[in-house]
Design a protein around this ligand. Structure first.
Ligand SMILES: [Zn+2]
Length: 229
């Protein structure tokens, strides 16, 4: 996935993005980067993809809101973390190996090492999906949507992530590279619930098949099929 965003970084004022900055604003060096230029380049690419995914999502949702005559307030900030409990959402510690949207603070937090491993294993398209999904949770809050079951909210976020990705491709803000579609398929398989998980479980997100169907429904048919309003 390539972002066609030459001046994109200028538009994300107020966002704390990037793997070089700790959530408290302090600096953190990427270990081993000097010894391994290849890895440093990959880490740079990862950081750029995270940033691009957020900028592209902001633009997409800004357009959607503007078409409805509404003002869009971007998600307040993006917070990378390395340890479980390092970042809290309200009173709740955010666990390691996760990415979340925190409504209490209006921010997206992600475990850098976990997301980077997924980026390396699955590919860059996964980063666009992951950020697109979490960003969609922020948009659900802005729309004031309510859900009976978590799974409805999660599958809708997958649908919205698909709509944002293809909408951004159609708008010329992202370009699909060879392998991106396969990466999205692989990523969605990886985030599916264990088939034994009941759909009404408090933390159910949907099986791999449900998540794939929902994502590609939004991707192929657009936001109108995601029931956002
Ligand atoms: Zn979610």
């Amino acid at each position: 996935m390539v972002a066609a965003l030459v001046a994109g970084a200028l538009l994300i004022s107020g966002c704390a993005i990037g793997t070089g900055a700790a959530p408290d604003g302090g600096t953190e060096t990427t270990t081993g980067a000097a010894d391994n230029p290849g890895r440093a380049a990959t880490e740079d690419e990862f950081a750029q993809d995270i940033e691009s995914a957020v900028v592209v999502a902001e633009r997409y949702w800004n357009d959607v809101f503007r078409q409805d005559g509404l003002a869009f307030e971007p998600v307040r900030k993006i917070v990378p973390y390395r340890e479980g409990g390092e970042v809290t959402c309200g009173q709740d510690p955010i666990p390691a190996q996760n990415a979340v949207y925190c409504a209490a603070g209006d921010f997206i937090a992600y475990d850098i090492d976990w997301a980077f491993a997924a980026f390396e294993q699955v590919g860059d398209a996964f980063v666009y999906y992951l950020l697109g999904h979490e960003y969609a949770h922020g948009v659900q809050v802005r729309f004031g949507l309510r859900y009976e079951y978590t799974i409805e909210q999660e599958l809708q976020a997958d649908c919205m992530a698909g709509a944002y990705l293809n909408g951004s491709i159609q708008a010329g803000r992202l370009q699909v590279e060879d392998g991106d579609m396969e990466e999205l398929q692989t990523g969605l398989l990886a985030v599916g619930d264990d088939p034994s998980q009941p759909w009404f479980a408090p933390n159910a997100h949907g099986t791999a098949q449900q998540r794939t169907d929902s994502f590609f429904n939004g991707y192929d048919r657009g936001l109108a099929v995601c029931d956002v309003g």
